[in-house]
Design a protein. Structure first.
Ligand SMILES: *[C@@H]1O[C@H](CO)[C@@H](O)[C@H](O)[C@H]1NC(C)=O
Ligand SMILES: *[C@@H]1O[C@H](CO)[C@@H](O)[C@H](O)[C@H]1NC(C)=O
Ligand SMILES: *[C@@H]1O[C@H](CO)[C@@H](O)[C@H](O)[C@H]1NC(C)=O
Ligand SMILES: *[C@@H]1O[C@H](CO)[C@@H](O)[C@H](O)[C@H]1NC(C)=O
Ligand SMILES: *[C@@H]1O[C@H](CO)[C@@H](O)[C@H](O)[C@H]1NC(C)=O
Ligand SMILES: *[C@@H]1O[C@H](CO)[C@@H](O)[C@H](O)[C@H]1NC(C)=O
Ligand SMILES: *[C@@H]1O[C@H](CO)[C@@H](O)[C@H](O)[C@H]1NC(C)=O
Ligand SMILES: *[C@@H]1O[C@H](CO)[C@@H](O)[C@H](O)[C@H]1NC(C)=O
Length: 519
């Protein structure tokens, strides 16, 4: 009975609480107490339908997830911006967005690329869904790895401490503002943010109850050094296989493999079933002008084959089906910048390192040295399981930056390490492969899944990973599939839970959602 009346009292107190006001928000600045040195840069109430514009604010930091939300944010919130010291020689710059419509949950959004800015678009999405939402710059500004050069504490923030500290501070800020303990704690991130999510699962199993990890850079140095490896035979500056030839390769791949899943729709549901034979493209006397020399065929094939060096698997290779975009990423400015920067500033601490000297010994050094502990490839996630946490891991099958095959490899590593069946892993760890989806977002496939800022198709749990994650953690409604939407094509597809594969049973061109079945 006592229990019951105190519950009733709590309920009354809760009901009597009024919405926070702009003054409550401003007053928050002097109320926050932390165990480490910090500054509240500002605490400012933001009315609903405001657009946050870092350029107008004079904090124009260019970085992968740094573009401000394109749309106004539909809810009112208290925006807190802080500087928090993480060591004597490092600090994070962070924001926590505290919506009026708080549902009692917290969310941390990870970074993309090499981090270096606050992921505003993800905070906008989180706040819109009622999360007290936190993001950090992970300890440095901007997109250059130069920030890491001889700065081990800055690397530590990038590797894990930015997300950890930001999350802890975000929870304190939310509790101070709302006057109540925070409920469940969630994480969402893609690419480098996917790596940050896995890092927390592996090393800080109590930090989150639900983690969404998309297209993770989960074995960072394997991903990175693979670019060096393929650029060596292909030519570091310009591919000695022309774009026209790559287009012909992709066309031949699709010709051979597209209907293995039952639909000729330009997307492979199971690229691992596509055993493409490059010799069919080798020039004969009457070939097309896009035929390959025997040497070129050998070089092209290296992108898609597992790479082993001195008995160690370095990289499983890339899936087939999007050769043209893959090769344009290989030769993009970003890769040509990141590859040397990673070796110069993180791996060798040698600013004169020349990427054209890359050999597989460098790849092995990078992977085995694991500078700054940046890999998040430890398969023992039993502590997170035992804490009751849930993980939604997904990867686009057309990912042209980070090969999907590394995600599959990690899933099977976890299976082995935990000696678990798929059914046992399903209790807390589910992995989804999204056909036709490029790196984190975009591509010809059904790519809007609630994984990327305000670009969402809806708030139904089927359409929105974040909403689904809450359902899973709090009600046990686990995802059987992840439904993606492609607005341009006005179509949707249910992406299957690994190891299931989509198969087309319909009679159309594959654009009908109901024609597909996960088997
Ligand atoms: C925000 O904008 C939307 C769309 O213009 C509108 O429907 C809604 O009423 C606005 N909300 C507020 C609180 O102004
Ligand atoms: C990052 O940028 C913010 C906003 O301009 C600034 O307040 C902060 O001091 C910068 N941090 C570093 C480490 O340069
Ligand atoms: C913001 O940064 C971009 C990229 O560095 C630059 O082109 C642009 O001029 C900057 N805008 C302002 C207002 O500083
Ligand atoms: C391709 O380019 C690389 C680097 O320029 C070169 O070493 C290699 O010999 C070239 N291969 C062919 C077949 O042209
Ligand atoms: C490749 O490009 C880099 C600059 O991006 C240049 O320093 C180097 O000399 C070039 N190498 C060749 C073989 O053209
Ligand atoms: C190509 O043409 C040459 C000269 O006409 C001939 O000797 C050779 O056998 C032909 N090769 C093939 C593969 O048809
Ligand atoms: C290859 O592996 C052997 C045995 O682990 C080791 O002794 C050797 O140093 C390795 N070679 C290179 C180039 O890493
Ligand atoms: C792995 O699991 C199976 C089935 O539950 C069990 O029979 C086996 O003993 C386990 N192996 C190890 C090494 O724990």
């Amino acid at each position: 009975m006592r229990h019951r009346s105190s519950l009733a009292l709590l309920f009354l107190l809760g009901a009597a609480r009024s919405l926070p006001t702009p003054n409550d928000c401003a007053a928050l600045a002097s109320k926050i107490k932390l165990d480490f040195p910090f500054t509240v840069n500002f605490a400012q109430y933001v009315p609903s339908n405001t657009t946050i514009d870092p350029i107008a604010e004079g904090t124009n930091i260019t970085c992968a997830t740094g573009t401000p939300p394109a749309q106004p944010i539909p809810v009112a919130f208290c925006r807190v911006n802080l500087r928090v010291e993480t060591s004597e020689s490092s600090e994070i710059y962070m924001e926590t967005w505290l919506p009026d419509n708080w549902k009692g949950r917290t969310l941390t959004a990870g970074n993309g690329g090499l981090a270096g800015c606050i992921p505003h678009a993800d905070l906008a999405n989180g706040a819109s869904l009622g999360f007290a939402s936190t993001g950090t710059n992970a300890g440095h500004n901007g997109t250059s790895a130069g920030a890491f050069y001889n700065q081990p504490e800055v690397v530590k923030d990038f590797a894990w401490r930015g997300v950890h500290t930001g999350t802890v501070v975000g929870k304190i800020v939310a509790k101070t503002y709302y006057g109540r303990d925070c409920g469940k704690s969630y994480y969402t991130g893609c690419s480098m943010g996917g790596r940050q999510g896995w890092e927390a699962v592996q090393n800080a199993p109590d930090l989150f109850d639900g983690v969404i990890s998309g297209a993770p850079a989960i074995n960072l140095y394997a991903h990175l050094s693979y670019f060096g490896y393929v650029l060596e035979p292909l030519g570091f500056n310009t591919s000695n296989i022309s774009l026209d030839q790559w287009a012909a390769i992709q066309a031949a791949v699709l010709e051979q493999c597209d209907d293995l899943d039952g639909a000729r729709d330009g997307m492979l549901e199971d690229p691992s079933a596509c055993k493409f034979d490059f010799t069919e493209l080798v020039c004969t006397n009457n070939s097309a002008s896009t035929c390959l020399t025997a040497e070129q065929a050998k070089q092209a094939a290296t992108l898609f084959a597992p790479l082993t060096y001195n008995g160690t698997l370095i990289h499983p290779g890339f899936p087939h089906g999007f050769e043209v975009s893959l090769i344009s990423i290989m030769y993009s400015e970003l890769i040509r910048t990141w590859l040397p920067e990673a070796f110069r500033y993180l791996i060798y601490s040698d600013i004169s390192w020349d990427p054209t000297t890359f050999t597989l010994a460098d790849a092995l050094n990078a992977i085995q040295g694991n500078a700054g502990d940046l890999a998040a490839f430890d398969a023992d996630i039993s502590a997170f399981r035992d804490h009751g946490g849930k993980i939604l891991h997904w990867h686009g099958l057309n990912d042209d930056f980070l090969s999907e095959e590394i995600s599959t490899l990690y899933y099977t590593k976890v299976q082995t390490k935990l000696n678990s069946s798929v059914a046992e892993l399903d209790e807390f760890y589910r992995y989804f492969r999204a056909s036709g989806v490029a790196h984190c977002i975009g591509g010809p496939g059904a790519h809007l899944m609630g994984q990327w800022g305000q670009q969402v198709a809806g708030t139904d749990p089927d359409d929105n990973m974040l909403v689904r994650m809450v359902e899973w953690v709090e009600k046990g409604n686990a995802p059987e599939y992840v439904r993606g939407t492609n607005l341009e094509k006005r179509s949707a597809r249910k992406h299957c839970k690994y190891p299931k594969v989509n198969h087309y049973k319909g009679t159309g061109d594959g654009s009908d959602e109901e024609g597909w079945e996960c088997i």
